[in-house]
Design a protein around this ligand. Sequence first.
Ligand code: ADP
Ligand code: MG
Length: 570
Amino acid sequence: MSQGTINVSVENIFPLIKKFLYSDHEIFLRELISNATDATLKLKHLTSIGEAKVTYGNPVIEVKIDKENKQLHIIDQGIGMTKEEVEKYINQIAFSGAEEFIEKYKDKQGDETGIIGHFGLGFYSAFMVANKVEIITKSYKDEPAAHWTCDGSPNYTLEEADKKERGTEIILHISEDETEFLEEGKISGLLSKYNKFMPIPIKFGTRTETLPKPQDAKEDDEAPTQEVDNIINNPNPAWTKQPADLEDKDYKSFYRELYPSQFEEPLFNIHLNVDYPFNLTGILYFPKLTNDMSVQKDRIQLYQNQVFVTDNVEGIVPEFLTMLRGVIDSPDIPLNVSRSYLQADGAVKKISSYITRKVADKLKSLFNENRKDFEAKWNDIKIVIEYGMLSEDKFFDKSKDFALYPTVDGSFFTFEELKDKIKDAQTDKDDNLVILYASDKEAQHSYIETAKDKGYEVLLLDSPIVSHLIQKLEGANEKTQFVRVDGDHIDNLIKKEDASISKLSEEEKETLKTFLTETIPSEKFTVQLEAMDSSANPFIITEPEFMRRMKEMQQSGGGGMFGMGNMPEM
Ligand code: ADP
Ligand code: MG
């Protein structure tokens, strides 16, 4: 046996990093702004604990395009680096200064630092779009500035510079085939995608602000204007605040900030806030949902320390909740791993069940606080709830407290209330509780009327997954059976009354019977002449319940709901 160390040379690794580190070239900007933010937050922390004896002030991060020289500049007023620190933090690939900082200060006084970086690779993503990168940096410590240049080969130069202001300027010499990153529209698009809620103000150009007219201005005098910094982010988004400090209107205006093109107001929101055993903050919104969710584009956004990561939260949020909108921010979600690994990850599982629980709790409290309002919203939220009941057992258990069953007349029962209401009138000969329901008020109108005449309650269950839901409910409630109002079982319930079709003569009855049996295929439908005594319905034709369910399941079972994967096994 022989042992050894694999010899990795930088020459080999560097081009690999450049090419494969991130599949998406555009994230270089997110990484560099994250570093600038970290540098500023570090300074904030060090000044607050008295370790850096400088004024923190009101630092901003500036992004500047120099089209003529094909350069992009990212400038911060943060902690800066000495020459030695550049050697240490920049020249050592995969050595994370951020991690070192957190390690060093984690038990000291001062609050959470909110530092973003941790892989020690972010900086090098600059080489995905630049053929040369310069760093000009001056530390908050009283030392001369440093100037580092590297053209993407492992060779670099490092010398003193005469920068006077504290902070770091990164200069990217944009490659020939990446010149889109010199377009103002492109950069501002990226800034609003990734950096819209980062904690330090980010300046990109200036904008014209209209000032109030002076008092003595005439009617058609133009209002005065002034040029101001164009700050592209909101450093204090709603989800970073305490729920107690927010009012309903704050949640609504944050919703518009998140989804500027949404005109509908959300129905309600859920503020997530936990710091043990994992860190997670966020706000989820219940939007008005339609049956067709396949085209949803405004999705839940995932952030880490206020940096946008993705709007694909599959595997992190339980599937039925991916229909919601809003923000989740957690530094504890490992994102450098595949989705399938993610689903198996312990922390992620905890996060997912925490979110499910919070949503259930919120629904319960909305139901308890204002039942009328909850009932009014039921139609808009039932898809999520019913889908959740089907796919998450814990949620199913909790749903007893708020899941509603509307009747054709517009009353709403919980399952317990319903059972209580019908237990005397709606049982069959085997002592099963029989729950009647309609799926289409128009088409099943006469069946509904007949059942109502008999004094039965008829539910209106019309969502696309209703047959699955019924199976689930029957499975969970012994001796309970759902029967569609036009199903063949209903006659088990109905008290047979004499002379039911007395309006017809014997002869007429015979003719009708012969006609019906000849025209209606008996293997598919049952014709009942005797059971009905309502004058509106001299006879009824029913389809056996099991046949109908089979058909429905075949129709809805295959592709899964909303194109989001498969329905749970029934
Ligand atoms: P990470 O952010 O994960 O630590 P990076 O590759 O993004 O890794 O950055 C490496 C290190 O370089 C940082 O941890 C930090 O010490 C230093 N650095 C990068 N950008 C700046 C900056 N703008 N100001 C000060 N230090 C910086
Ligand atoms: Mg970084």
